[in-house]
Ligand binder design. Structure first.
Ligand SMILES: *[C@@H]1O[C@H](CO)[C@@H](O)[C@H](O)[C@H]1NC(C)=O
Ligand SMILES: *[C@@H]1O[C@H](CO)[C@@H](O)[C@H](O)[C@H]1NC(C)=O
Ligand SMILES: *[C@@H]1O[C@H](CO)[C@@H](O)[C@H](O)[C@H]1NC(C)=O
Ligand SMILES: *[C@@H]1O[C@H](CO)[C@@H](O)[C@H](O)[C@H]1NC(C)=O
Ligand SMILES: *[C@@H]1O[C@H](CO)[C@@H](O)[C@H](O)[C@H]1NC(C)=O
Ligand SMILES: *[C@@H]1O[C@H](CO)[C@@H](O)[C@H](O)[C@H]1NC(C)=O
Ligand SMILES: *[C@@H]1O[C@H](CO)[C@@H](O)[C@H](O)[C@H]1NC(C)=O
Length: 482
């Protein structure tokens, strides 16, 4: 008796010690020329014990792959649909089509609906200020009316630029909502509180560093080494804590200091900027994961687990690079689901990698390179490179990036190869008016990988079941006609 009780207690204690017992989340974006098939991604999540995922839509092929997995899902309404959602009928339809349809035993374990994605970013010039709150209310009400509002909550993932501390007193305890939107933010957080939904915030220490050349590098990481920011006797040694607690203070300021907060995005990119590199990413995640597992919390919310969604799972070579070249390199895994660096999700800091993808099919082992003797007009090389890079991803070539050390010919080869891969090795995609040629010799250098893309036929998973259905239909029709 006593023995078995002890067993139960120790199992509980072990359970509480592991961050993954409470669940680690990742963001799964699909803005890639060759997105991995959803089934392979879901297997990847399972193999790594990741049991929460945040997606940026509610795409039916993604949802079908997630069905039956028990992985907790945050689905999303893109910003460009927010205006439509200010109409209650449209919100009700959205919920019906994209949420309740999957709400059954063995369906998708939807936990949150993200209403927009960072809609109040200053760079949007206020485009979504009038529509976000009405959309949020309509979606939560539609969830309630559909009878699922108790377990599924609408929230708005916001960038950390919705709050700040005054320049005169730049400490976390002085945090408040951005003055131009403070009334709106107050209404929103009151609504979240009433509906039992969390505040969702995206926090990016990398961007603090990227945006400010005087930002102390050490303060972006978790291993100390920087001069702490002292605030009412509290020492802040990293920007993540300082940022999080600035939000806690802003919430306190409107009487909701205990509103649950989840971190919708946090991460570090590996290419496209001098600070976007694998060694920094590894160091950042190592520190973050150790703290999460230890239920470290932050100075204003000590000793608690912080629910986070890492940004992001896989690189996306078709993302807008308006914010910077690093945008296409946020993945903890490469475009094909292969690890980039060591990462121990159990937070023990062991030298191991994530479990890579299985069953990925690649195009044949062929590359496209610059050929100075192919009979092309070398004076047009610049234009050809520009063309190749306009339709593919050359962000690894820029200053501070992995392929920046290539010579002029190497640059041309890299650009031509990226285009050729995006075009699935199609005929004429490695021509460039006689300046390029195919090769079976890997042109990669020590730091710079010339990739082979994923085979689209394999990437096009939804096609297969459709084809099967069609063939069965044809078969049945044939039988009926006999
Ligand atoms: C969600 O539902 C709406 C119907 O209101 C539909 O138009 C849309 O395509 C669905 N899927 C996604 C991913 O938004
Ligand atoms: C916001 O305004 C700036 C400057 O007027 C403009 O360049 C930019 O395109 C605008 N962005 C959006 C999303 O409207
Ligand atoms: C938002 O609403 C206000 C007041 O109704 C209006 O003045 C403003 O132009 C609207 N802004 C946008 C971006 O629609
Ligand atoms: C937060 O929600 C709770 C539960 O609905 C309510 O009792 C409380 O008054 C709310 N707080 C504020 C500041 O609105
Ligand atoms: C090569 O291209 C340059 C620039 O477009 C052009 O001026 C030149 O006439 C071309 N040479 C040949 C041999 O076609
Ligand atoms: C290669 O391309 C990059 C990016 O356009 C550029 O910064 C670099 O100077 C180029 N290198 C050479 C040798 O042309
Ligand atoms: C380049 O990346 C691919 C895909 O992840 C990998 O299989 C290959 O080993 C890499 N090549 C080099 C030379 O690093």
């Amino acid at each position: 008796m006593a023995g078995s009780r002890f067993l139960v207690v120790s199992v509980l204690v072990v359970g509480l010690c592991s961050a993954l017992a409470q669940g680690l989340g990742v963001n799964w974006g699909t803005m890639a020329s060759h997105p991995l098939p959803p089934k392979i991604v879901v297997q990847l999540l399972k193999d790594n014990g990741i049991d929460k995922v945040k997606i940026f839509d509610a795409d039916s092929s993604t949802m079908k792959a997630l069905a039956g997995s028990d992985i907790e899902v945050m689905v999303a309404i893109p910003n460009n649909m927010l205006r439509t959602m200010t109409d209650y009928g449209a919100a009700r339809d959205w919920v019906k089509t994209n949420v309740t349809r999957y709400h059954f035993e063995g369906g998708v374990n939807i936990k949150y609906v993200a209403v927009g994605n960072e809609p109040f970013l200053s760079s949007y010039n206020g485009s979504f200020l009038n529509v976000t709150f009405p959309a949020l209310k309509n979606i939560q009400n539609a969830l309630n009316d559909a009878g699922v509002g108790g377990s599924i909550k609408a929230t708005v993932p916001l960038n950390a630029d919705v709050y700040n501390s005054p320049e005169s007193n730049p400490v976390p305890s002085a945090g408040r909502f951005r003055t131009d939107i403070s009334d709106l933010m107050t209404e929103i957080v009151q609504f979240l509180n009433q509906s039992g939904a969390p505040f969702t915030v995206n926090i990016y220490p990398f961007l603090s560093l990227y945006g400010n050349p005087n930002f102390p590098v050490e303060f972006a990481f978790f291993d100390g080494g920087s001069d702490p920011v002292v605030d009412n006797g509290i020492q802040y040694t990293n920007v993540f804590d300082a940022n999080f607690d600035t939000l806690v203070s802003a919430l306190k300021g409107v009487g909701l200091g205990d509103l649950p907060i989840i971190v919708g995005e946090v991460g570090w990119p590996t290419d496209g900027d001098k600070n976007a590199k694998a060694s920094y990413a590894q160091r950042f995640y190592d520190g973050l994961l150790k703290r999460l597992v230890a239920n470290h919390g932050t100075p204003l919310r000590p000793n608690q687990y912080i629910e986070v969604y890492l940004f992001s799972l896989i690189d996306e070579d078709a993302k807008s690079i308006e914010p910077g070249n690093f945008e296409r390199h946020w993945g903890v895994l490469k475009y094909d689901g292969q690890p980039k660096y060591n990462m121990d999700l159990s937070g023990q800091g062991q030298a191991k990698t994530l479990v890579p993808t299985k069953d990925v099919e690649y195009l044949p082992k062929k590359w496209c390179v610059f050929d100075p003797n192919g009979g092309g007009n070398v004076s047009t090389l610049g234009d050809q490179i520009t063309f190749a890079c306009t339709w593919s991803d050359c962000t690894a070539l820029g200053y501070g990036s992995t392929c920046n050390g290539l010579d002029g010919n190497g640059n041309a080869s890299f650009a031509f190869n990226m285009y050729y891969q995006v075009q699935n090795h199609q005929e004429l995609s490695c021509n460039f008016q006689g300046l390029a040629t195919e090769t079976t010799q890997d042109p990669s250098t020590a730091g710079c990988n010339f990739t082979i893309q994923i085979a689209t036929s394999a990437a096009d998973a939804p096609m297969k079941p459709l084809l099967v259905v069609f063939m069965m239909y044809a078969y049945v029709m044939a039988l009926l006609l006999l």
